[in-house]
Design a protein around this ligand. Structure first.
Ligand SMILES: NC(=O)c1ccc[n+]([C@@H]2O[C@H](COP(=O)([O-])OP(=O)(O)OC[C@H]3O[C@@H](n4cnc5c(N)ncnc54)[C@H](OP(=O)(O)O)[C@@H]3O)[C@@H](O)[C@H]2O)c1
Length: 271
């Protein structure tokens, strides 16, 4: 046995939006490390394709068509997963919608739609999982947020607000449910190469990803690695915190390399 334990043997995980992108990578990583995995999404075709990939790992898997905008659908999702696989040990609230819009034109309907999809659905699904986790005295809730919830991006409508709210909800959940043996954590990715972010990836690829220190776009697997750490015994002391996975974007200096070089050469060669 290795000193660090990433095993999810005997665990049941539910990953919303598990058919594509980051959710798919997390679901596959969890199955490869021994979990039985449930995935949900709206589109049946991609769900079925990912379900087959999950089954190829040898783990049990269920794919449940669900729109997280509907509380009734979330309740049905939870019931289906519990009856097919057992109580949920690890919940990954991964679905997140983004609809570009400047604040000057934001409507309440848009705001409500995004807040419900990105923030409320995560709270409600966690509420559904809470009683069984509490009864077992263990459980993990991982919320997939965004570094856009830590620094506002322009023209993303209600997206940044909904992700900022999700960050705080993760901390609040950690405060309230630690006594029940439940850990709650939050992951804030930067730009990741997925369907949702395809136009942005294409735009910044041409420029060499100047917004982050590594000058690269994340692949979904980079976020799945963090999720595996947080879900497994290796992450048993990670709690209530927001983990940024963005190639150094949050800490990237706002001046250009050329400006930095100019300053450094002035320091090195004083007049
Ligand atoms: N990609 C990035 O650069 C990036 C950066 C920061 C944070 N994130 C966050 O990461 C999470 C995953 O994004 P992604 O980039 O992996 O997106 P993606 O590749 O487009 O995948 C999104 C997944 O969620 C499902 N989904 C979308 N809306 C849904 C709804 N209303 N109900 C149920 N399922 C729904 C999609 O399937 P269907 O469409 O078939 O329902 C799909 O399975 C989101 O919370 C996003 O905000 C992404």
């Amino acid at each position: 046995m290795s000193i660090v334990d990433f095993s999810l043997e005997g665990k049941v995980a539910l990953v919303t939006g598990g058919s594509k992108g980051i959710g798919r990578a997390i679901a596959l990583a969890f199955a490869e490390h021994g979990a039985d995995v449930a995935i949900s999404a709206r589109g049946v075709q991609a769900l079925e394709a990912t379900r087959k990939e999950l089954e190829a790992t040898g783990r049990r898997c269920v794919a449940v068509p669900t729109d997280v905008y509907s509380d009734a659908a979330l309740k049905k999702l939870h019931e289906t997963v519990c009856s097919e696989l057992g109580d949920v040990d690890i919940l990954v609230n991964n679905v997140g919608g983004a609809e570009p819009c400047g604040l000057a034109h934001l409507t309440y309907e848009h705001f409500e739609r995004i807040m419900k999809t990105n923030t409320w659905a995560a709270i409600y699904l966690a509420q559904l999982c809470h009683p069984a986790m509490k009864a077992k005295g263990s459980g993990v809730v991982i919320n997939i947020s965004s570094n856009g919830g830590l620094k506002p991006d322009p023209y993303v409508g209600a997206y940044s607000a909904s992700k900022a709210a999700l960050n705080i909800v993760s901390g609040q959940m950690a405060q309230e449910w630690a006594q029940d043996g439940i850990r709650s954590v939050c992951i804030c990715p930067g730009l990741v190469r997925t369907e949702m972010a395809a136009p942005l990836v294409e735009h910044f690829e041409k420029k060499g990803f100047p917004q982050n220190m590594l000058r690269m776009c994340a692949e979904p697997e980079h976020i799945a690695g963090m999720a595996l750490l947080l879900a497994s015994p290796a992450g048993a002391y990670c709690h209530g915190e927001t983990y940024v996975v963005d190639g150094g974007e949050m800490w990237r200096a706002t001046y250009t390399d050329e400006e930095a070089d100019a300053v450094i050469s002035e320091i090195e060669e004083p007049a």
